[in-house]
Design a protein around this ligand. Sequence first.
Ligand code: PMP
Length: 340
Amino acid sequence: MLHKVKSAGGKKESEMEYGPFAYFDGKIIPIEEAKVSIMTHSFNYGTGVFEGIRGTWNKKDQELYIFKLREHYDRLLRNCNIIRVQPPLDLDEICDVTVKLCAKNGFKTDIYIRPLIYKSHYSVSPALHGTDELAIYVLPFGDYVNTQGLRCMTSSWRRVMDNAVPCRGKIIGAYANSALAVTEAHDAGYDEAIVLREDGTVSEGSAMNLFMVRDGTLITTPLTSDILEGITRESIIELAENELKMRVEVRPIGRTEMYICDELFFTGTGAKVAPVIEVDSRLIASGETGPMTRRIQKLYLDVMQRKVPKYRKWCVPVYRKRKSKVAAPKKRAAARTKRR
Ligand code: PMP
């Protein structure tokens, strides 16, 4: 079922496996036909928004469950307003077409869904005018990072400020910042980067939010700390408070606070819940995954597999016959917990 697609220029080292079908130009078509011109505005200027959504294969159920599909697309559609792109589909339509695309690709493995809404017109001016397009592709996706324990460094790159290039949403161009940070970390022999803000406090990882444990309290940085409004972050806060009865605090984190904390972990669609065991050559506590991280990690993985009855609504089945469109939560507010 999988297609290997070479990058532009046909360089072998860029080969990656993708699903054979993509959504492009209003239709589901073979991935090879989903192409954009080098003159495309967003290719030149990073003007667009994207999402990263996980589907988890449950072998027992023989079903692929898309995690928080509606919440991801709610974020995407809201983010369109930041970079002034017009979504060509509404929330119901985009959820529906995504489920159809996943089913058409026929995956029986964990997957990653990548939708993009981008400035599709040709113009040398960076101004945010012109036409927009939606494209979606899907790929098989295992662990994005090592979920047993990451060695991290504080990046020499500062997190891009929200009022410079908005980082609250997944703006395509802002990911040059993530690229610089993670590449520096890899080149220096680390697994990941932790990126500080201009004021020296902690922001997040290159593509993940950060949580810390101190004296039994789970602490994460606020939405005003130049972080992405992470869906996993929001889910972990809800699960930790409501199911694991943990105390959660949202407040700024200082760099050296990471060195003296009890536990540290990343959260993200790609990273899931990934323990950080070392920062800047200092072990975090004993250098092993901590007990609170372990409990959160297990619960989150179970929820993603639709094993926890209370949270089944977070998982949208791909292959099961659906009566209608992707079920909308009764009230819009029910789709999201209070944002902190
Ligand atoms: N921060 C950044 C910069 C990211 O790219 C991501 C991945 N989307 C996250 C945090 C985690 O967000 P989410 O849990 O919504 O995947």
